[in-house]
Design a binder for this molecule. Sequence first.
Ligand code: UDP
Length: 475
Amino acid sequence: MEEPREPHVLILPFPAQGHIKPMLCLAKLLATAGLRVTFLNTHHNRRRILHCGPSISPSSLLRFESISDGLPDDHPRSLERIEELFLSVKTAMKAHLREFLLSKSAEQPVTCVIADGIMSIGIYIAEELSIPAISFRTFSACCLWTYFCIPTFIHEGKLPFPDDDLDKEFHGLPGAEGLLRRRDLPSICRSQVNGNSYRNFKDENIAMTRACALIVNTFDALEASMLSHLATIFADIYTIGPLHAMAIESNVGHFSGRSESVGSLRIEDWSCMKWLDSQASRSVVYVSFGSLVKITVDQLTEFWHGLVNCSRPFLWVLREDAILGEKEENVKSLLLESQVTSETRCVVEWAPQEEVLAHPAVGGFLTHSGWNSTLEGITAGIPMICWPRMGDQQINSRWVSQVWKIGLDMKDTYDRSTVETMVRILMEDKKEEIMKSMASISALSSDSVGPEGSSSKNLQRLIETIRKISQTVSH
Ligand code: UDP
């Protein structure tokens, strides 16, 4: 009789911070459950991760490997040139992925590919090599459902709409009637709906439906309605989030030393934790716009003065590559003028965000509403002020403010008086009301990752599915 096939999962994230982190949590959870896992970064990102510290694998079952993304070493891989990265992934990286999987087939054949929902190359190459594939979407279910409805909106003539009347109500998203304004739809719905990005996004959606299952980094109680709509498209959905909380709960989240098991592309500045220790309970506003968003010097100046005028301590993550247009010197002098080093202000290039949000001194989170940041805010129970910029951020922001009522939506505004007003509403005027909703959502989140929680059970189901589909692979 043939030996049972040993499962070997290949995890393929899109090469960006917000994709690597949750998929790495999944990799650690699967390895802890006894599955062999290979986490595949790009050479470029692996170098960046290793630059942050030594490589310490959390488990002998979890291995880190890399392939080329096809771009030259000196390519910035920044938001302005992200289309080039997408194109290179679809062409050069696709070929490298095929070679990589073929090279594994002799010694340790891959029996299941878990591909990021925007890495259709993973689904297509797996299909070509007869390896079962599962799609992992790092977005919220509300955003994902909206994405799948976009072709219908176009067919009905609702899209594209002009960029100038964004506060107009938008009707037609099943499950969200009366909730949406044009501005809340993914930015792709504005003028780009006929362009390259739209075609890309449509291809990715099609590829996702070819996978045998879908993983979403959310939890049932948070997005039940949107998930029930998604279930009309996907027969087998695994909601196993918040993954960072699942990783902590299963004791695979925290390791000392920066390493590949942390998956940070930038060096975390832990000095801010000491600064937080000196602040009063729930007094600090934590400001971070994620790993990709860029701001103009004008926006920087307005946010700065708005925060200063609140007379509250704040901790701001200001990446060196976050400021658009102006020379670095101008920004430095602005920050110097604003007396960066002070008892009540702390600016770092990159923070250990999960730990920051869990610190008792933090009382509010000014965020761009990236999905990881939103989930991290929910888990830590920190209410949010949302300043969404692109992609899924707008719809996440709408859900935070209108559905879950755990924060405020700043829309596109950023003048200093709005910033000041928002912080005051969040942390003073409406504090009790918002904290009450946050406490119940946060409790649901922690239940979902508990031993009997929906996400824990779904993870067990996923592991069984991986074992089962691994048996179908013939070599
Ligand atoms: N992050 C971090 N330190 C920072 C800022 C962000 O570790 O100073 C992490 C954050 O915890 C989150 C990720 O970077 O896990 C950002 O992902 P998100 O989906 O929020 O936004 P994106 O960067 O994809 O726009």
